[in-house]
Ligand binder design. Structure first.
Ligand SMILES: NC(=O)c1ccc[n+]([C@@H]2O[C@H](COP(=O)([O-])OP(=O)(O)OC[C@H]3O[C@@H](n4cnc5c(N)ncnc54)[C@H](OP(=O)(O)O)[C@@H]3O)[C@@H](O)[C@H]2O)c1
Length: 324
């Protein structure tokens, strides 16, 4: 199915289809788009999701990520697509590779709908570890390995990001917004930060690997929403953008910040004990990675400026540490 040329009014897209509009990032992206004059339709797989989207001011399209024909149809009916939903339900059985693998056919379905139209598709991605680069990752770096190779294959997320940007060759104005490892804010319930906080509470200390000099990047989730809008409105085809406001914070400092607010010590976990049950949970494989990432190109080309509190200031807001 092919859609026609993108409809615009004074350069503003009028019909945007979004998946994941009820989630941590999507629930800020929907009002951001509406405030900018776009008509937003969100995918909803349940009555509660439909109600949440309506409350945000979006129209509702009932459906599920597993129905590729419906996603293709919804993309064809729109002037642009933002995809931030993900099959988190696959995480326990198949890990992050299974979650990412479910994304690939969805991106190809959007490609079927949007090929040759010049319409925008903006999908969520992740900042991968720059490994041996010896410098922060930039938006010009191709999809980066996330953590170690997994059973001899590169992680599937890279394949998905590349598939999205490759759609540029088929006449889709496609781009990927790579969201920081730590996307903090009041709606962060299952991200890395709440996981680290929960582990610290369980263990009685906030752990960090070895010297803890490896760096994790961060962004306030409210700052992510305008970046998706700018990429949708103005982003050139085949681009990567970095939703990163803090290039790299030493893991030890993150542990000290968490421990300090919980009244617990920050403790180095020897590298050969990281896999010990309970220490880092599902983060054990990636906790030693370093993820410094620049946002210079994103700010320069899209005019994006993060304005929300930085990580430690947001920790001081207290929402991560409710009195129990
Ligand atoms: N948050 C971070 O820290 C972070 C960091 C880097 C990258 N990312 C990436 O950014 C993207 C968005 O993350 P997020 O944290 O905003 O997501 P999230 O809060 O986990 O929300 C997931 C969204 O996907 C929807 N969804 C899940 N399964 C679905 C299905 N089968 N059919 C239809 N909708 C379904 C959910 O809808 P319901 O309301 O129906 O559950 C929800 O709106 C993901 O690709 C994630 O990997 C996130």
């Amino acid at each position: 199915m092919r859609a026609g040329t993108a409809l615009t009014i004074k350069g503003v897209l009028v019909k945007v289809f979004i998946t994941g509009g009820t989630g941590h990032s999507g629930s800020y992206i929907v009002p951001e788009l509406i405030a900018a004059g776009h008509e937003v339709t969100g995918l909803a797989r349940s009555d509660s999701a439909a109600a949440a989207l309506s409350a945000l001011g979006a129209k509702v399209r009932r459906g599920d990520l597993q129905d590729l024909d419906a996603l293709e149809e919804a993309a064809a009916d729109s002037d642009g697509v933002i995809h931030v939903a993900h099959r988190q339900d696959l995480l326990p059985s198949g890990g992050m590779n299974a979650v990412a693998a479910a994304e690939l056919p969805i991106m190809l379905a959007y490609g079927e709908a949007l090929a040759g139209t010049g319409k925008p598709l903006v999908a969520a991605g992740s900042i991968g570890s720059s490994g041996q680069l010896g410098r922060p990752a930039t938006e010009q770096d191709p999809a980066l390995p996330v953590g170690k190779e997994h059973r001899g294959t590169l992680r599937v997320r890279n394949v998905v990001e590349t598939a999205v940007t490759d759609l540029a060759e088929q006449g889709v104005r496609s781009s990927v917004v790579r969201i920081a490892n730590i996307a903090h804010g009041t709606t962060d319930r299952v991200g890395f930060l709440p996981t680290l906080i929960a582990l610290a509470k369980t263990q009685g200390f906030a752990g960090y690997p070895g010297e803890g000099t490896n760096q994790w990047n961060a962004v306030h989730i409210r700052d992510v929403a305008p970046l998706f809008r700018l990429a949708l409105e103005n982003g050139p085809a085949g681009s990567y953008w970095h939703a990163v406001s803090e290039e790299g914070i030493a893991f030890r400092e993150i542990a000290e910040a968490i421990g300090g607010r919980l009244g617990l010590p920050a403790v180095s976990v020897p590298l050969d004990e990281l896999m010990t049950p309970g220490y880092f949970g599902f983060l054990a494989n990636i906790v030693t990675q370093s993820y410094p990432a620049s946002n210079a190109i994103t700010r320069q080309k899209l005019g994006w400026e993060p304005r929300q509190p930085r990580l430690f200031a947001d920790l001081d807001n207290g929402h991560y540490f409710p009195a129990s």
